[in-house]
Design a protein around this ligand. Structure first.
Ligand code: HEM
Length: 142
């Protein structure tokens, strides 16, 4: 490869971290009741930005891993990383279905049963981003 892809991979990660911060700020304002409902257009925009960041991570990661994918896959930490990436894709599809409740209902009006999927999706997202980045750092970095 004529140039290094790793900076683009890490730049995509920085883009994702900023987007997570902006999305969490909206989510916490809704949970605390500072915002009764959220703007559906803004929520949709942040969600699409998350997909863009994740797809860039996957594309740049695949470009780096392409030639040695088989050898890399022999490392349990790499398999763990791919597991977290798969979890992010599936969870992202669920979040796309769940998130618009924030535009039509207040958090306090939701029953516990209605809140559970939202918390699960948030927890899976946080664990998977940290897990994917953490396993990469353990495998390639630290
Ligand atoms: C959620 C998605 C991802 C996150 C958060 C992530 C995170 C990272 C981080 C933090 C590093 C730098 C490690 C270091 O050198 O200190 C890294 C490197 C790397 N990632 Fe990812 N990654 C993701 C997706 C992927 C995917 C889907 C692939 C491949 C299919 C991949 C392949 C690689 C490879 C091969 C390196 C090592 C590059 C090198 O050192 O030359 N990554 N990743």
């Amino acid at each position: 490869m004529p140039f290094s892809i790793l900076p683009l991979h890490l730049l995509s990660l920085a883009f994702v971290v900023v987007t997570i911060f902006l999305a969490d700020r909206e989510a916490f304002a809704w949970i605390r009741g500072r915002k009764i409902t959220l703007d559906a257009v803004r929520v949709g925009k942040l969600h699409r930005r998350m997909w863009l960041g994740l797809l860039f991570m996957i594309a740049t990661g695949l470009l780096m891993a392409w030639e040695n994918f088989g050898a890399l896959f022999a490392f349990p930490l790499f398999r763990l990383k791919m597991f977290f990436v798969a979890a992010l894709i599936i969870n992202g599809l669920f979040i796309g279905k769940l998130m618009y409740v924030t535009a039509v209902r207040s958090y306090s009006s939701l029953s516990t049963q209605e809140k559970i999927p939202l918390f699960l999706a948030g927890a899976i997202s946080a664990i998977s981003w940290l897990g994917a980045a953490g396993s990469a750092l353990l495998l390639f970095g630290l």
